[in-house]
Design a protein around this ligand. Structure first.
Ligand SMILES: Nc1ncnc2c1ncn2[C@@H]1O[C@H](COP(=O)(O)OP(=O)(O)OP(=O)(O)O)[C@@H](O)[C@H]1O
Length: 800
């Protein structure tokens, strides 16, 4: 947050009579007002005759352009950098507030701050090609303490409008229509339309005098680039034309006009109270006393860069009103606001960013799989059916009925799922075994039965001997060396056979129980080492059935280049290979064509961008070098300079139009790339997979013969590089495609990097600098911060 003082400028309306009671000091900031002594009060009285004030500037007999440059230029500049701004005009009726804010009736030259600000905003948008902007306008009127939406579909007071605060304590008007505008012309049309609405609504009874307060707001949403488009900077500029205070006794108004004047005076008096309270740093500031102060809350003490224009009418007959305005103005000048950029991290947009990242990572994985000869690896979540199958396989594996190769190993996700399945099956098995152990324990605890059984078993010497070393209690028999656990049953393995051991089997039972314990503890140990469930001696993945085929082929293809040679013959001689090669070629050709146009368009866009930058710099240089820079109105050299700048700006405009067209075409071409890259990857994967499958089914002799034929000069497909098994080249190509897809503007940069890295590269052509990202300008409706809060504003579908 940056503390910023509210700036106040004084603007005097030209007077018809020669004498003005206002004197402006040589510093252009000091103002003194002389009040002639009231003769009726007697010669000796204490009436103060001179009052002094100081402002940030005084505008006397200045053009509308100068008024704009002095008052609003800086606020609009900071609006474009993400700061809220407010410019408001205050003063007695007829002092020139509407003239300053909207303009005089004399046309273009007399246009006021609002039309000039709109021109300024859209000129900036045109110049900042590296940023994306969305602009909305709204127009609010406060008449007789009622809110009116001047750009709403149905004119008239709207009860649905309410002044609220958002989560950042910024005030906003709930339900106010925000119209998207994409050009100065559209924005101006909305402004003029709102002005008409004001008149048509029937509450401007006197066309010479504004009987209401109006707030024309420009809402700007800026994104720095497409890549970082999740973070938007939101700012708004309020351009406020307050109704004039009026001494009703002096003007003698009656009826409706009197009622209006009373509302106006009351709201202005609340405004004054609020400013006084802020100026005193009161703990409680009565913002909510009136709609006007609620609307101006940010401007007076919140997050906003604020400038006030105090309009005065210097005629001696208005000295009292002038003094009152100047007093209020100097109090406003003591206020400070806290400036901060409003950044919005739209959750919806963040989600889209993460989705895009996931898509990119999946594409990356697919690319790597293709290059390493693996295809059809799925990185998606497992379906319910797949999970069921996996659990069945895990159970069979733990029962010793499945080989480790049957557990999935093609992606980390699937390996993890396999571990999870093993853990859950293992837990279930442990539970089952615990139950069996408990049953066995219960049976063996029946000492008399067991003793007799043991004795009988010992006497028969059939299976196992009693361990005579133990003298007390129940002992476990020692199984003879040739004793074996009972055979595995069809489904339950050892586990099932143990569960069927009758308690009367004596030593056989004890031997089996020991084996069971040993097995149980083996499972328990396994529970802590899931990373190596199969144990160190079990076959590794490389010893799987597919790998065995690969190992066999590896033996045949021991000579470097053999595999490619056979692959070439496969593509040329085998019907399946021919078909798949043709499909790959067609997909590659389409991709090549699209890449070609992306490259050409990328170069065109980059060229245009560089020229735009040069021209922008030239315009800025000429402007800053101009005496009384900012152009406009100067004679002599200034006019020459202006015409030069004008020509440059014209060229800039047409270049930007060309840039936008090319950028749009580039974007469209880029969108075609991804599916085409996928199509090539799929076609290549299918070819490689079919080749491996086919090769695994061929005899060594056939493969050797084909290898010899494939190596022979003139062998079909020998010169083709497109689907050759050259991983490095394919990788480079895919990388290039990815760069192109992600940021076409950086194509030239990467191409230059490669050129300079290539052997024999020279510095004859300078390396282009990293060109700025050319964000496309979009005028679609924005998702704004206010939508996230209670009562979103109304968004019009399109500008009228
Ligand atoms: N600086 C100026 N130069 C030329 N004409 C001016 C200037 N200021 C005001 N005027 C003229 O004075 C008249 C009254 O001005 P304006 O309507 O802007 O006053 P206001 O303060 O908006 O009054 P109200 O509060 O009653 O609406 C208009 O005809 C306007 O063109």
């Amino acid at each position: 947050m940056v503390k910023t003082a509210v700036k106040v400028f004084l603007r005097t309306r030209p007077t018809a009579t020669s004498g003005s009671g206002i004197k402006i000091g040589a510093d252009g900031q000091s103002v003194s007002v002389n009040v002639p002594k009231d003769q009726a009060a007697g010669i000796i009285n204490n009436q103060q005759e001179s009052f002094s004030f100081k402002f940030d500037g005084v505008l006397e007999n200045v053009s509308q352009e100068e008024a704009y440059t002095t008052v609003a230029h800086e606020v609009v500049d900071s609006l474009m950098s993400g700061y809220n701004g407010t410019v408001f005009c205050y003063g007695q009726t007829g002092a020139g507030k509407t003239f300053t804010m909207s303009g005089g009736g004399a046309g273009y030259a007399h246009r006021g701050i609002i039309p000039r600000a709109l021109h300024h905003i859209f000129r900036e948008i045109d110049l900042r090609v590296d940023k994306m902007y969305r602009v909305h306008v709204s127009y609010l009127e406060i008449y007789n303490e009622q809110l009116y939406d001047l750009l709403g579909d149905s004119p008239g007071t709207s009860d649905s409008l309410a002044v609220l605060e958002d989560s950042n304590n910024n005030s906003y008007v709930r339900g106010l229509t925000l119209v998207p505008v994409s050009s100065e012309e559209e924005a101006l049309a909305q402004f003029f339309l709102g002005e008409q609405g004001r008149t048509n609504a029937g509450h401007v009874l006197n066309s010479e005098s504004s009987r209401s307060h109006t707030v024309f707001t420009v809402h700007v949403e800026m994104r720095t680039s497409e890549a970082a488009s999740e973070r938007a900077v939101l700012s708004k500029l309020n351009l406020v034309d307050l109704a004039g205070s009026e001494r009703t006794k002096k003007t003698g108004v009656t009826g409706q006009t009197l009622k209006e004047a009373q509302f106006i005076n009351r709201s202005l008096s609340f405004l004054e109270q609020t400013v006084n309270s802020l100026s005193r740093r009161d703990a409680y500031v009565p913002f909510r006393q009136t709609k006007l102060t609620a609307v101006l809350r940010d401007a007076l003490g919140g997050n906003c860069k604020t400038v006030m224009v105090a309009n005065v009418w210097g005629e001696p007959s208005h000295t009292e009103e002038t003094l009152s305005t100047l007093r209020f103005a100097s109090r406003v000048r003591t206020l400070t606001t806290d400036l901060a950029v409003n950044e919005s991290n739209d959750p919806g947009l963040l989600l889209r960013r993460y989705e895009r990242q996931i898509r990119e990572l999946k594409a990356e994985l697919a690319m790597r799989d293709t290059l390493s000869g693996r295809s059809r690896v799925s990185y998606d979540d497992l379906t319910d059916d797949e999970l069921r199958d996996l659990h069945a396989t895990a159970r069979r594996f733990l029962n010793g009925e499945a080989e480790p190769e049957e557990l999935p190993t093609d992606s980390l996700k699937r390996v993890r799922e396999a571990y999870k399945a093993l853990r859950s099956v293992h837990a279930a098995l442990r539970g089952e075994m615990a139950a069996q152990m408990a049953a066995l324990q219960r049976a063996t605890e029946d000492g008399s039965v067991m003793a007799a059984q043991l004795a009988a078993a010992a006497a028969s010497g059939a299976v196992g001997d009693v361990d005579l070393r133990s003298t007390t209690g129940f002992t476990v028999g020692t199984a003879p060396v040739d004793a074996r656990p009972p055979p595995r049953s069809e489904h339950g393995g050892d586990r099932t056979s143990h569960s069927t051991i009758p308690a009367t089997l004596g030593a056989a039972a004890t031997a089996a129980a020991a084996a069971l314990r040993a097995q149980a503890s083996q499972y328990t140990d396994a529970g802590s080492t899931y990373g190596d469930v199969s144990g160190p001696d079990s076959p590794s993945i490389a010893r799987g059935s597919g790998a065995a085929a690969a190992a066999r082929l590896g033996g045949i293809f021991a000579v470097p280049g053999d595999r490619n040679a056979v692959f070439r013959r496969y593509k040329a001689d085998v019907a399946e290979g021919r078909e798949l090669t043709a499909a790959l070629k067609a997909a590659s050709a389409a991709l090549r064509e699209t890449r070609g146009s992306v490259k050409a368009l990328g170069e065109a866009v980059n060229g245009a961008k560089r020229r735009i930058d040069e021209l922008s710099a030239a315009v800025a240089q000429r402007r800053s070098g101009a005496p009384g820079g900012g152009g406009g109105g100067g004679g002599g050299d200034g006019e020459v300079l202006d015409s030069e700048v004008y020509a440059l700006v014209q060229e800039l405009k047409s270049l930007k139009a060309q840039y936008r067209t090319d950028f749009d075409s580039l974007k469209a071409a880029r969108e075609e790339l991804e599916p085409q890259i996928q199509a090539v990857a799929v076609a290549r994967g299918a070819l490689l997979e079919a080749f491996d499958r086919w090769a695994a089914g061929q005899s060594d002799m056939v493969l050797k013969r084909m290898a010899a034929a494939g190596r022979a000069p003139g062998s079909p497909g020998g010169g083709e590089e497109e689907d050759e098994l050259d991983a490095g080249e394919a990788f480079e190509r895919m990388q290039l495609a990815r760069i192109t897809e992600r940021d076409p503007d950086s194509l030239a940069y990467h191409a230059a990097m490669r050129r300079t890295a290539a052997p024999g590269a020279t510095a004859a052509r300078p390396l282009p600098g990293a060109v700025g990202g050319g964000g496309a300008k979009a005028a679609a409706a924005a998702t704004r911060r206010m939508e996230a809060t209670q009562g979103a504003p109304v968004y019009r579908a399109g500008a009228r």
